[in-house]
Design a protein around this ligand. Structure first.
Ligand code: PGA
Length: 264
């Protein structure tokens, strides 16, 4: 099957692989993905910070882009334990996952912190992959849309209109992450349409003269949560799902390649 427009496939390796496992997987994918060079695919690997220097070497001169899984919002200073963004830029880091639900949960990342990180990524020409999504309780209580709208509005507060096309927004229902059971693609499409409307509203609030229509196709929306080779095509076929963020199914070469093969 030939892809109509460019699709984005992003691996989120989380803290799942050792240094050597990461390097071996990247080397193997580099070899394997050579033949996909002219396909309409944007492929990114979001890895552990410690592996970034070596990955930057391995992925040099390939079409595979490198990503990290977090950044800090200041350039430098007394921030013990944080990573300097200039150091990431030195290694050609192209994306940064921001506001993943695991960080919101385990590290108490707030909407305000996430907004600062988005601004810092944009200032440094790193593509933020902003993750939003509802937890199971919010869903059960009929609060799903409200929860997502709140996350989007805060994360994108004071973002310049021109910057919107430099952001990837990933809808990830928290309760299906890592479960092996994705939601229905149609539901993800519906949610992404809501997200798009909220993004447009947020931008229009800041500037009433904006042309809503012209912005529409600049908003990049993807889906994440138990994506694998068996379900990816359903998601990719949706109008408002331009790609996927993949955790578990990206940790083994065969599985990840199988998943990519399912859409091309
Ligand atoms: P999963 O993880 O594919 O294992 O559900 C996705 C994510 O957390 O980004």
């Amino acid at each position: 099957m030939a892809l109509e427009n460019e699709k984005i496939i992003l691996a989120n390796w989380k803290m799942q692989l050792s240094y050597q496992e990461t390097i071996d997987l990247a080397e193997a994918l580099k070899k394997e993905l050579k033949k996909y060079k002219n396909k309409k695919l944007e492929i990114g690997l979001c890895a552990d910070f410690m592996t970034i220097p070596k990955l930057s070497e391995i992925l040099k001169d390939t079409q595979i882009k490198l990503g990290c899984q977090n950044i800090f919002w200041e350039d430098r200073g007394a921030y013990t334990g944080e990573i300097m963004i200039d150091n990431l830029k030195n290694f050609n880091v192209h994306y940064a996952i921001i506001g993943h639900s695991e960080r919101r949960k385990f590290l108490q990342e707030s909407d305000e912190m996430i907004n600062k990180k988005i601004k810092q990524a944009l200032k440094n020409k790193i593509i933020p992959i902003l993750c939003v999504g509802e937890n199971f309780e919010e869903r059960q209580n009929g609060q799903k849309d409200l929860a997502i709208i709140k996350q989007i509005k805060s994360a994108l507060s004071e973002i310049k209109t021109n910057d919107i096309e430099k952001i990837i927004i990933a809808y990830e229902p928290i309760w299906v992450i890592g479960s092996g059971q994705a939601i229905q693609a149609e539901e993800a499409e519906h949610t992404n349409r809501i997200i798009k409307e909220v993004v447009l509203d947020t931008l229009m609030t800041a500037d009433k003269n904006l042309n809503r229509k012209s912005l529409d196709n600049k908003i990049k929306l993807i889906y994440g949560g138990s994506i694998d080779a068996s379900n990816i095509l359903n998601f990719i076929k949706q109008k408002n799902i331009q790609g996927v963020l993949v955790g578990s199914a990206s940790l083994k070469k065969e599985k990840f390649i199988h998943l990519i093969n399912a859409i091309i």
